[in-house]
Ligand binder design. Structure first.
Ligand code: GLN
Ligand code: ZN
Length: 741
């Protein structure tokens, strides 16, 4: 073999690392490039510096196995599609970067590819389109150049790629594919390209490659498992290849473990935070990268437990490597920068840098033989059990009763037009918020700016003729962080950014104690907005599941109990909004789908308590108060019944990117429904004709007296100009249709 294979795997590694930059350098570079404020060379310089800084830092921290190809301009699944030549015809362009960003964000007249959540995380990937006729071809430029860049620094790396089975399982059938076609049908062709890629990497002298197969921790059919065995049998049988690490994470492998064990891959990475060491013995003879440092939470690792797990793996499987349970993409860079946090809390925290140090320290302890006298089998992680009491399904009066009371009170026209809540966040507001945090301006000055923004947003909506107005959420940095800042039991970070999609990041709050609402949070802003208009203003809250899903959560209480604490706080807020005269309250629950357990076993119980929590949060509202909910990118098919069970008077869902499906699925809800008619993820402004056609289509699935007209999601990432142009077209389309009804 050309490479140093079979070199043994280093003692320690991480499965991936954040790439947005400690100060979101990549975000800024991307946005400057997209807006034409900088050129490709500048973007490439920033990207290269970020990659180099990461490798240098990981090496400084003493990490053994350095990953490469974990950088991405937008998304690693999209990168894999490009690597395989799977760029749909309509996006092809001589300018490769233009084609790439067109798939990710859309281009003139060209909507982007669909985007959805990466397993049960809040990271979003671009869904590749694979058809029977997709022509695959190898474009190995990116992984090869990253290997060379690291070498220029004197560092050897292990390229990380999405594995062929997960890639195809996450893809969707290209439009026009025959019925019954599934992307996985193309596995042979895709594996052939991976084979050539492995050949190219071996020729480059690469010793190890990591193929990520997180899809294997979900329930898989026998045919899918057979596909895994065939794919890795074939790749493992290649004469010219690096050693292979198949990385699995976000759960345990279950029945996929013996399947992988039978393949000739040299190493398997296991998530031993969510999974167990039970079947590790089957991997004897292979290297096991033991994911003992959690890649998805921010708590310091229990060293003794982790060490005991490492020993257990070594005893059963033989060669063990200390690693993270998944890529560190899902945690912020460095807790040391959080000087504003209570030191007692900070001492309990580990972000990416600290987790790398933990992995390195564990590897050293293991090598020294430390911990061998510890109990042989790690005690199973105290799985806190939910508090016993059965959850009452709280309910309101029947929908017909509520609908009548609300119609009487709100007097809305047919096809009422509304938005999902946020309006564009201006630079001025963001700067003011930063200045307020830095103590450069006072509360007074900041609040008068917020009030001015509310006045503006209300005036715009009145002028454009919307029916249910919003205050625009100008006071909110983020729909979860804002509530976290106003609830006891949460801490927020200053630099704790985590990539959500492309250039977008969030700063998940840290839920570390009991949650309580010391005082009303949103009421005065809603009241102020309502004082400016005679049309109904919709109060805007984030639901309990979403607040918890988008936070880093304490691990000493069952998730369910934590969610119920938050539900009680939201319930108090709904009541106070109602008392302040707000007639419509939206409680967003876009993360309902996200926390769904990856395996079917466990899903029903989760949905049961998640719905109960939502109803607890909203069922205190009187009949005449209209409760809205909103879900985005909800692959609604799996949780349809649960969405229905939320019992909201009006449900808005994203649908611009998969309209037919959404309508078929949720059209039958017996209450109000707003399938989005404006894709807010793209700068594109939809025309009135286009919106009218979408509404006509919706009217075939939803009766006119229950159809709402709204964008797909909040407008905060768009510009005021785009939003006003788009909403003008939306209201015009609704008006035209009303005339014809
Ligand atoms: N009300 C929120 C907004 O408009 C909803 C955002 C979301 O669903 N992600 O920004
Ligand atoms: Zn949304």
């Amino acid at each position: 073999m050309t490479s140093s294979f079979p070199a043994s795997f280093p003692e320690s590694t991480v499965l991936g690392y954040p790439r947005i930059g400690p100060d979101r350098e990549l975000k800024r570079a991307l946005e400057a490039f997209w807006e034409g404020r900088s050129d490709r060379a500048a973007l490439e310089r920033t990207a290269r510096r970020l990659r180099e800084d990461t490798w240098r830092r990981l090496a400084e921290l003493g990490l053994g196995g350095l990953p490469s190809n974990t950088f991405s301009y937008y998304d690693h699944v999209l990168d894999t599609a490009v690597l395989l030549g799977a760029v749909p015809e309509r996006y092809r362009n001589d300018d490769d970067l233009a084609a790439y960003f067109a798939m990710a964000r859309g281009a003139d007249g060209l909507p982007p590819l669909r985007m959805t959540k990466w397993f049960d995380t809040n990271y979003h990937y671009i869904v590749p389109e694979i058809g029977p006729d997709t022509v695959f071809s190898l474009d190995a430029a990116k992984p090869l150049s990253e290997v060379r860049e690291a070498r220029a620094l004197g560092l050897e790396t292990r390229p990380v790629l999405v594995g062929p089975v997960t890639f195809l399982l996450l893809s969707q059938a290209a439009p026009g594919s025959p019925d019954g076609f599934a992307p996985l049908d193309r596995l042979d062709d895709v594996v052939e390209v991976y084979g050539r890629l492995l050949g190219a990497l071996a020729a480059e002298g690469v010793g190890w490659v990591q193929l990520d197969e997180p899809a294997l921790v979900a329930d898989r059919t026998p045919a899918e498992l057979a596909a895994v065995e065939a794919a890795y049998g074939r790749l493992g049988g290649l004469a010219e290849r690096p050693a292979l690490l198949v990385a699995t994470y976000f759960g345990s492998l279950g029945e996929a473990l013996p399947v992988l064990a039978r393949t000739p891959v040299e190493a398997v990475a296991l998530d031993l935070v969510r999974g167990t060491t039970d079947d590790v013995g089957l991997l004897a003879g292979k290297t096991v990268v033991a994911g003992v440092v959690p890649g998805r939470d921010v708590w310091r690792t229990d060293r003794d437990r982790a060490l005991a797990t490492l020993h257990a793996v070594r005893e059963r499987a033989g060669r063990v490597v200390a690693g993270t349970s998944c890529s560190l993409l899902h945690v912020p860079y460095d807790v040391e920068r959080e000087t504003g946090l209570d030191p007692a809390l900070r001492d309990r925290l580990a972000f990416a840098e600290q987790k790398v140090a933990e992995v390195v320290a564990l590897a050293a302890l293991l090598a020294e033989g430390a911990g061998t006298d510890a109990p042989r089998l790690p005690a199973p992680q105290a799985q806190p059990s939910a508090s016993g009491a059965e959850i009452p399904h709280e309910g309101r009066a029947p929908y017909s009763v509520r609908a009548a009371a609300q119609a009487e009170r709100l007097k809305l026209p047919l096809l009422p037009v509304t938005t999902i809540g946020s309006f564009p966040q201006t630079g001025e507001l963001r700067r003011a918020r930063a200045a307020l945090a830095a103590g450069e301006i006072g509360e007074e000055a900041y609040e008068s700016l917020v009030r001015a923004e509310i006045e503006h947003v209300i005036a715009v909506q009145e002028r454009l003729g919307l029916d249910v107005l919003v205050h625009g959420e100008p006071e909110r940095n983020d729909m979860v962080q804002y509530f976290a800042e106003h609830l006891d039991g949460f801490a927020v970070t200053r630099h704790g950014w985590v990539q959500s999609y492309g250039s977008r990041c969030t700063r998940p709050p840290i839920l570390h104690g009991d949650v309580r609402r010391p005082e009303p949070i949103t009421v005065r802003w809603a009241r102020y907005a309502q004082s400016l208009t005679s049309r109904p203003v919709k109060g805007m809250l984030t639901g309990p599941v979403t607040i918890v899903a988008w936070s880093f959560v304490r691990d000493d209480l069952p998730l369910r109990d934590v969610v119920f604490q938050v539900a009680d706080a939201v319930r108090e807020e709904v009541r106070d909004l109602e008392e302040a005269g707000i007639g419509v309250v939206q409680v967003d629950e876009p993360a309902l789908r996200e926390l769904l357990p990856l395996r079917r076993d466990g899903q029903a119980a989760y949905l049961e308590w998640a719905v109960a929590a939502y109803r607890r949060a909203t069922s205190g509202a009187g009949d005449h108060t209209q409760i809205h909910t909103h879900l985005c990118y909800s692959d609604a098919d799996q949780i349809l019944a649960a969405i229905d069970a939320l019992d909201a008077d009006v449900t808005s869902v994203e649908s611009a990117r998969s309209r037919g499906r959404v309508l078929a699925e949720v059209g039958g809800f017996g209450r109000g429904l707003g399938p989005g008619v404006y894709d807010i993820h793209s700068p594109r402004v939809p025309g009135a004709d286009e919106v009218e056609r979408l509404l006509e289509e919706a009217l075939r699935a939803v009766p006119a007296d229950r159809l709402w007209v709204n964008p797909d999601c909040g407008l905060k990432t768009r510009s005021h100009e785009q939003v006003e142009a788009a909403l003008a077209n939306v209201t015009e389309a609704a008006a035209r249709l009303r005339e014809r009804l």
